[in-house]
Design a protein around this ligand. Structure first.
Ligand SMILES: C[S@@+](CC[C@H](N)C(=O)[O-])C[C@H]1O[C@@H](n2cnc3c(N)ncnc32)[C@H](O)[C@@H]1O
Length: 254
């Protein structure tokens, strides 16, 4: 079963995307504050807003419960968010339609606190459409986009190369591509033969995922830059996953 269809991960991701600092951080955990709001920072720190046209179209692939899609809607006239999980998409649609979604944040064992995920202030939800779909087998009629975001997706795909191979057709010439990932390659998600990096090649040289991305994208995209993006997922009141993702920024050659 896809773990992203469970109550546990749905609640974890609603808190991750929409929780306030007080809801997420333990008392005295302020050193972790730099890792808050990752789905927001994937947009604000990685997308060059000034380069977008007035009628920009954005695509958030692997959007989960939708926070980055909403943030893209601040600067883009239309945003498509696609995720494989029916439940994540249903939650994102509900937040867009109703303005909020109540959920139970895990505290300890079976104890929870009632929380509410709300559309961020100032976002026009009519600009955003959420759909269920497979990043490795996307519909043919999606069109082209001025900005495409793949946040924490590539190391969760069975064949990330298949997804990357579709990107030249999805990003407009001159358009932006942002890929963030901690490159946590696990055979349970991605058979080793499909890893983009994190292994030694036949000559014993270390292949890093950034090299694999360059190989997969280099013919059609120019590498623009790279940055570290920490993020924090609260599992319960006393357990947090702190992770340091890498963001790479690319521009589609004309
Ligand atoms: C680690 S989460 C990251 C989600 C979100 N972008 C974020 O940064 O919080 C990975 C997401 O990829 C989605 N996913 C996994 N396989 C997928 C596929 N084949 N096509 C589309 N989405 C997929 C999962 O449902 C999950 O929402």
């Amino acid at each position: 079963m896809n773990p992203y269809e469970t109550d546990k991960l749905l609640a974890e991701y609603l808190l991750f995307h929409f929780g306030s600092a007080e809801e997420i951080l333990p008392a005295g955990g302020n050193g972790l504050a730099d890792a808050l709001d990752y789905p927001v920072r994937c947009v604000t720190e990685c997308v060059e807003m000034a380069a977008l046209p007035a009628d920009a179209r954005a695509f958030d692939l692997g959007c989960a419960v939708g926070r980055s899609s909403f943030e893209l809607a601040r600067s883009c006239r239309s945003v498509t968010g696609i995720d494989f999980s029916q439940r994540f998409i249903a939650a994102a649609q509900r937040i867009a339609q109703e303005g909020e979604l109540a959920y139970a944040g895990a505290d300890e064992g079976a104890l929870t606190t009632q929380l509410v995920a709300r559309v961020p202030e100032g976002v026009e939800t009519s600009r955003v459409v959420f759909q269920q779909g497979d990043a490795m087998d996307l519909r043919a009629d999606l069109g082209t986009f001025d900005v495409v975001l793949l946040a924490n997706l590539i190391d969760r795909l069975r064949e990330p190369g298949r997804c990357l191979a579709r990107l030249p057709a999805l990003v407009k010439p001159g358009g932006q591509l942002v890929i963030t990932s901690p490159y946590t390659w696990l055979e349970e998600f991605t058979p080793r033969v499909h890893w983009l990096g994190g292994f030694e090649d036949a000559a014993g040289l270390r292949v890093m995922t950034r090299d694999g991305l360059q190989t997969a994208l280099g013919e059609t995209f120019d590498f623009v830059g790279v940055k570290d993006l920490p993020f924090l997922i609260r599992e319960h009141a006393r357990k947090y996953q702190w992770t340091l993702a890498e963001a790479t920024m690319w521009r589609r050659r004309a």
